[in-house]
Write a protein that binds this ligand. Structure first.
Ligand code: ATP
Length: 677
């Protein structure tokens, strides 16, 4: 067999067929990507590199993809690095023999830990050369860091980082002059950025997905001696997008794709119990008339919008259990008389939070229901009064390792959709058909399991009455959904026009609350001197991977909440804002402390306005001068959103959409005033 060598156009020259992919090669690609903000160029760099891997070392495709999307495993595997800035600084210091104080000083000056690592390394003399890093090795090293537990875990995490950093940059990246002022293709820089959770390359997962599809199809067609055209590319992209939306697990997709080719992916990779799919989401509306306009001449249905926690329940009966993918906690298997898991809105495994649901599940399932994936809301339930309790009650439940006998807050499951039933994905069926199957598959049990209350009337008055009833029943308002035809299919991971939400509280406001990331705080005054009195919040721009400030907030907190927030937030204080925070610099606009981006809060606002002080939506073209961002007027804290990660916060684009909608409604009413905090 002749050994394949890299081709002239390959991004990285030095590796031979079958050899592990050098980590330096990935960093070279990252560096090329970092030099451009053009999506097409980013995709091109990414897919060229993936093609080189496909030709030379296809076995390394999976770890490469994971490192590109800044993940170690699928979300449902629950693998988190659990590392803050201080541990990384300690590791950089100890690897390079520089004191923590010096590292902290550099961080204060440079503000980018990745570049601090680069600077620290370049000062270090090399006594001996450790082995060069490979993609597989870095993935394993990071995985080891993430899975360390027990006594002394922090120390061992630091050791793990040190091991990686000590081997970083010993192998010349070949193109070290690329992007020099941003630290070049330094391995240490990208390891540190991975640890921080943001590569900041503008390399969103959907761009990586498109690059994978392109690389695969070009590779396959060229292997046959043919030339791929744009239709081939489009077909491959569409195939990968559909398959990934139903089975969001590269661990499952990559081996299947390498084995049978990309165009056969849908034969073996389908929605299946055990792998949570990203839920379908709704668009906000401000008035019932807006709903009627949207669904003109099309049948729709209204359902109560329950105020609890979204849950996706996966189940396979015992006699079919071999069909379940994996990752099921043992407790869940025992309890459900089948195999089952419960996943959160962001695909985290909630099985250990809801053993009470799992233990009763089989009593709601009809005998001939053998497997399903159910979309539902778990809601706190008042056993005496037999009614729904507010969301705050649900929040008081323990989050992990709950024992059934200790459960104080009972929950009732309100099911509103069925996505998989008896061995078959049914997401493409109409909502009317799915609902029929849902009602046939289960038996409601009062206070434990029932179907979302719905009403199919299409008249404005009927909807108004139903909305009032939903609020009386302690719900947030209504979900209005397309009922028939292909548009009523379940669209995983989409915020779709075919699902609208009407929240009672926001009918006259901006149509929805926002979920924002806490970036900083001001010390309190008067009664609040021992706690933080106000906070800086931001939305998320996934294109630039930055958090853009959107308001200061000091309203809606009880004294007790402020104390609790002070306790948890003080643990995440950092010396200066992260380089991926977009905020006004200097002066009175600086908060007293900055935090790691960790917590998401739901916030209500009177309306939105433009302000030079904030950065939200600056790149969305809302202000022609590009100087002003969008800000919230009279923001009010509602609750902590434990079920959202910072990068799932309200996006800059959504904020801009809300602003534009408000402006078009308010046209001719004069400009809105800038109301600074
Ligand atoms: P929020 O929950 O704050 O409205 P979100 O971003 O979590 O925002 P949305 O798509 O905006 O999600 O609203 C839909 C949410 O409402 C679902 O995630 C689910 O948790 C909840 N929900 C309650 N009742 C229903 C229902 N009948 N159908 C669909 N979702 C429902």
């Amino acid at each position: 067999q002749t050994k394949l060598k890299a081709k002239a156009e390959d991004p990285y020259p030095d590796w031979e067929q079958g050899a592990e992919v050098p980590y330096a090669a990935l960093c070279t690609t990252f560096s090329l990507i970092e030099m451009t903000s053009k999506r097409l160029e980013i995709t091109e760099h990414c897919s060229l590199f993936l093609r080189q891997i496909l030709r030379l070392t296809p076995d390394d495709l999976l770890p490469t993809i994971l490192l590109m999307i800044n993940k170690l495993a699928p979300d449902y595997a629950g693998i988190e690095l659990g590392i803050g800035e201080s541990l990384i600084m300690k590791a950089i210091g100890e690897t390079t023999g520089r004191s923590l104080q010096v590292i902290k000083g550099d961080q204060k000056e440079i503000g980018d830990l990745g570049l601090v690592a680069v600077k620290s390394r370049s000062k270090q003399g090399t006594m001996f050369k450790p082995k060069a890093l490979t993609v597989r090795g870095v993935h394993k090293g990071l995985m080891d860091i993430a899975t360390v537990s027990g006594n002394g875990a922090q120390g061992r995490k630091v050791d793990g980082i040190k091991k990686l950093l000590a081997s970083a940059d010993v192998h010349s990246a070949g193109k070290a002059d690329i992007n020099k002022d941003k630290g070049g293709p330094s391995e240490a820089k990208f390891i540190v950025r991975f640890l921080e959770g943001k590569l900041r390359l503008g390399l969103a997962e959907k761009t990586v997905l498109v690059s994978i599809a392109q690389a695969m199809i070009i590779h396959e067609i060229e292997k046959k001696g043919q030339v791929p055209d744009t239709t081939d590319m489009e077909k491959a992209e569409s195939m990968l997008k559909t398959v990934y939306s139903e089975l969001p697990s590269w661990d499952a997709i990559v081996p299947a794709m390498l084995k049978n080719g990309i165009m056969k992916l849908n034969e073996s990779c389908k929605l299946q119990p055990g792998v949570p799919l990203k839920p379908m989401l709704a668009k906000p509306t401000k008035a019932i008339t807006e709903v009627l306009d949207r669904f003109e001449n099309q049948a729709f249905t209204c359902e109560y919008k329950y105020d609890g926690e979204r849950a996706q329940i996966h189940y396979v009966a015992k006699d079919h259990a071999n069909k379940y993918i994996d990752g099921v906690p043992d407790a869940a298997k025992e309890a459900a008389k089948g195999v089952a898991s419960i996943f959160s809105r962001n695909s985290e495994d909630l099985s250990k939070k809801y053993p009470d649901i799992l233990s009763k599940l089989h009593t709601w399932v009809k005998d001939d229901t053998k497997s399903f994936v159910l979309d539902c809301e778990t809601v706190a339930w008042d056993v005496e009064e037999k009614k729904v309790l507010p969301f705050q009650q649900l929040m008081t439940r323990k989050k992990k390792d709950v024992k059934i006998e200790d459960v104080k807050v009972k929950v009732c499951v309100f099911a509103f959709d069925l996505l998989f039933f008896n061995g078959e994905a049914i997401v493409k069926k109409s909502l009317r058909e799915r609902r029929e199957l849902l009602h046939k598959a289960f038996t409601p049990v009062e206070g434990e399991f029932t179907f979302a209350t719905h009403m199919d009337g299409q008249e404005l008055e009927e909807i108004q009455v139903f909305l009032d009833e939903s609020v009386k029943a302690s719900c947030e308002g209504l979900m209005v959904k397309m009922l028939d035809g292909s548009e009523s299919g379940y669209e995983p991971s989409k915020r779709s026009r075919n699902w609208l939400k009407i929240k009672k509280d926001y009918l006259s406001g901006v149509g929805d609350s926002l979920d924002l990331v806490v970036l900083g705080a001001y010390y309190g005054k008067g009664k609040r001197t021992s706690v933080y009195g106000a906070f800086v919040l931001a939305c998320y721009n996934s294109n630039t991977e930055t958090y853009e400030t959107v308001c200061n907030i000091g309203t809606g907190f009880s004294e007790q909440v402020l104390e609790e927030l002070h306790t948890v937030l003080s643990e995440t204080v950092i010396d200066r804002p992260k380089p991926f925070y977009s905020h006004s610099a200097g002066g009175q606009h600086q908060p007293d402390v900055w935090f790691e981006p960790r917590y998401v809060w739901e916030v209500k606002t009177a309306d939105l306005t433009l302000s030079p002080r904030y950065k939200a939506g600056c790149q969305e073209g809302v202000d022609p001068s590009g100087q002003k961002g969008i800000s919230l007027r009279f923001p009010r804290f509602i609750k902590i959103r434990d079920d959202k990660k910072p990068d799932e916060a309200t996006s800059s684009r959504q904020v801009a959409e809300m602003y534009r909608k408000q402006e078009s409604v308010a046209k001719n009413k004069g400009p809105s005033v800038d109301d600074d905090f």
